[in-house]
Design a protein around this ligand. Structure first.
Ligand code: PGA
Length: 253
């Protein structure tokens, strides 16, 4: 059985003390909503990862970083390596988020390397893909997602790809209040799983969790999560309030 996952991507929000308060509020109530087989993950900014790891010790909530550099170490001023993130105790790293692609010029080549470096450290990449509005309107979303997977994921072996979590995030739905309908999400998640199956076989494809991201909220999460190929969500705005985030986790109940 593949894992169900709700991961909160805090983006560039919250100071360390605000972030720790949010973690305390999540910890205090998560047991009431977290079903069996559901992983709950928070992804704060780098500067509070270390304190977040300490605050989460002994809790069921897991820790993710929002990015890392593709090299293991070296003269890359301002960058953070997967090794550093692992040493803090985080288990996941978000890779290839559309905001990184759009504002920080991340290319398919660097994303492919990042996915590999994260796996080589024994961490789990939460690999993001998805089309922009113009591509959806032109009916090119399948082809865009397929190309992204070919260039960024399909260099992995079957054993490696099984350890990846995929987040399909249509760029037109991120932070816009527009959400893919549950049927649109199911359609493209099934397509992603089919591409995985064609490349790696059905058993591998069936084992990989595929999350939906893009204006996922307490009032739409349950219906989106009910779809066969949707295994949870990568949550932005609604992850910044414990009540909303936990209501989304409750969408699996
Ligand atoms: P949103 O962000 O929930 O605010 O749309 C999702 C994401 O970017 O991961």
């Amino acid at each position: 059985m593949r894992r169900k996952i709700v991961a909160g991507n805090w983006k560039m929000n919250k100071t360390v003390s605000e972030g720790l308060s949010l973690i305390e509020a999540i910890k205090a109530n998560v047991a009431k909503v977290q079903g069996a087989g559901v992983d709950v993950i928070v992804s704060p900014p780098y500067v509070m990862l270390s304190e977040a790891a300490k605050a989460l010790q002994g809790s069921s909530v897991k820790l993710s970083a929002q990015n890392c550099h593709q090299e293991e170490s070296g003269a890359y001023t301002g960058e953070i390596s997967a090794t550093m993130i692992k040493a803090i105790g985080a288990e996941y790293i978000i890779i290839g988020h559309s905001e990184r692609r759009q504002y920080f010029n991340e290319t398919s080549a660097s994303i492919a390397k990042k996915v590999s470096v994260v796996l080589s450290k024994g961490l789990t990449p939460i690999y993001c893909n998805g089309e922009v509005k113009e591509e959806r309107e032109a009916g090119k979303h399948f082809e865009v997602v397929q190309r992204q997977m070919e260039q960024e994921l399909f260099h992995l072996s079957a054993e490696e790809v099984k350890k990846v979590v995929i987040a399909y995030e249509p760029v037109w739905a991120i932070g816009t209040g527009l959400t893919a309908s549950p049927d649109q999400a199911q359609e493209i998640h099934a397509f992603i799983r089919k591409q995985l199956s064609n490349k790696y076989g059905a058993d591998v494809a069936e084992s990989i969790s595929i999350l939906y991201g893009g204006s996922c909220k307490p009032d739409n999460a349950k219906e989106i999560f009910s779809k066969k190929d949707v295994d949870g969500g990568l949550i932005g705005g609604a992850a910044l309030k414990a009540e909303d985030f936990l209501a989304i986790v409750n969408g699996f109940n």
